[in-house]
Unconditional design. Sequence first.
Length: 281
Amino acid sequence: MQTQPKISIVIPSFNQGAFIEETIQSVVLQGYPNLELIIIDGGSTDNSVEIIKKYETNIHYWISEKDNGQAHAINKGLKIATGELHSFLNSDDLLLPNVLFEVAKAYQKDKKQIITGNWFEGNDLKSAICREVTQPLTLENLILNIGLFGQPGTFWSAAKTSMVLDESYHYCLDFELFYRLFTHQYEVTLIEKPVALFRQHAKAKTATLQILKHKEIVIFLENNINYHTNISAQMLKLKERNKRTLYRLELMETLQKQPLKLIAKVWEALKYDPRVFIKGI
């Protein structure tokens, strides 16, 4: 009987005691026989470490120490990972039952491959909305949609030199990784069931994160527009749209936190594009 491929999953965490036990359970209760679970905790001060210790027999490696943020924590785990397939799962997200067996079934050894599927998005499975993978699964579509599929429940075959995250990104780090996988001719295989719950809750929806998201989209598009001349005009429009959104968000934040600087910020926005004040464009 053929051995199931080793699957390495990295869980980065920091002060997620309210969620991390459910996340760990969603992985270990898969019952997958060739699992390498790695947990990189950023020095949590809540009950996270207590919870991690409860599952030590199911964890290949864990550590709790200060790090430089999510991408750095994930990279620490990916550099340890020895599986044929790699993934990371944030400590408030969940894998759905039997997904690892479905991933193993879809996997073809030595092929550059991303394995993923539809996913749920919401606070819990009862109220979550099912999101579908965007098609067609092309590099151009990936760029212009800033992603085609969810990060939780997405796995990729490990290259001889393992792909790690670009630590200059904090919000778009998964999208940027998948972009590089596409440029290395990775192909996408879809499995015919939802793969994960991407949990959305109050702490995950701050205005600061939205500002960071649009900043990073603008940076990514500026850095890569010259490599995609066939869609450069569309990339430019997308960059401008995200920059207008970024200005609107920054104006709201300035009004709330530094109202004395609002006039200067309004003038800066107007100089960039007067359409900043027309919502939706």
